[in-house]
Design a protein around this ligand. Sequence first.
Ligand code: DQQ
Length: 456
Amino acid sequence: MNDPNGLIQWKGQYHLFYQYNPDAPMHGNIHWGHAVSTDLVHWTHLPIALTPTPGRADADGCWSGCAVDNHGTPILLYTGIRPQVVCLATSSDDLLTWQYYSGNPVIAGPPPVLQEDIQGEFRDPFVWKEGHYWYMLIGTRRVGKGGMILLYRSHDLITWEYRHPLLVADASKLQPTWTGAMWECPNLLTFGDRRLLFFSGQTAEGHLLYPIYVIGAFQDEQFSARTQAILAHGGSFYAPQAFYDAQGRAIMWGWLQEERSQSLCQQAGWAGVMSLPIILSLSPEDRLSLEPASELAILREKHWHDGNFVLSKASQRPYADSQGDCLEILLTCEPGQHCTFGLRLRCSPDGQEQTRIVYQAASQQLSIERDQSSINSDVDHENCSIAVELASGKPLTLHIFLDRSVLEVFVNNRYYLATRIYPQRPDSLELDLFARAGSVKINSLDIWRLESIWNN
Ligand code: DQQ
């Protein structure tokens, strides 16, 4: 599986569609898989929703797209490929089966004036209703210049009028991160009079970079960008999509890519996983906040609490009882000025395998160190680091979810990192806190063993 698609809450149920290859644990022959949940945590698989079909505009693949509610009729808008076009499907049985619209494609390719710039890369429709119109974003590029997002509008979801480029890569304006050569999977969310626009950047060679967000305003069909940053760190999270649920929460999922070789995926028989559901909001200072959906707490099983102590240089504090490979860890602390400290997990008793989450106060860097995460050389071992801006005297909160090979870390609900680790030893389950330099005051440490989401 790869990208989340068609996110929608329908008659109380959360529907999560996703890019799916039923034939092999690799990208190819892309269908839309389908799962439903009533609580964002426990999921039921439903039959495949979209299948590439000879003679249709989606014959070579049903690539990414979205779902909307058109006055009680569910509609999917998605990408047909070779060439890349926009297709529409409807359902009359509560999203279970989908009827391909006979007039497809509803958009037959890029607007003629941009065809030379775009050269065929034109995908991942994102649709929302505003004022009198349905609006659509499409991810694309200007060859040799960078990514671009196009804006369309429609009265009926069938006939689309191209308006203009909504956002165009321009290194001099959008700072400070390189956004790649092509933008995929655009999304636009509304928070009062502010907008959050995000998309995923790809290189000219098709290498997947990271998702990027821009905060700004959308007025008179124009987007004005104020700030830009990377949406998710760590290298695994890509192609996110978000939607509003009935409570008005903006919920986002991303695809967590594998970071092991193709032959290990073949051996495992599967590849790709969905991230946790992440709630997005904007702070008054135009900062994006990312937090795990509160529903996840229903998985908490056995609990351990520690706290109110100081950990100093060259010391370690093991948590032998709470070892495991499915854990939620919530740590709040006050790192001293010269402190470097961290948490080790999925650690074997002799330390041969271990993954460390390390904070260095002097550089305000948070790193996930994977150099020893696995004795298997066929998996990624690179470390990843981010700069964490901590206002002076403010505590650092790490909210960590470990689910076997998946490690997701929320830092002060402001930064999110996701990475994959593949320990080989069955005893790589231990956990401890350690300090390398200076001292850190641990206000509280909570560890929960997590239940499986599968009931049987
Ligand atoms: N994956 C889909 C595309 C999208 C890309 C194909 C992003 O629609 O652009 O599986 O991962």
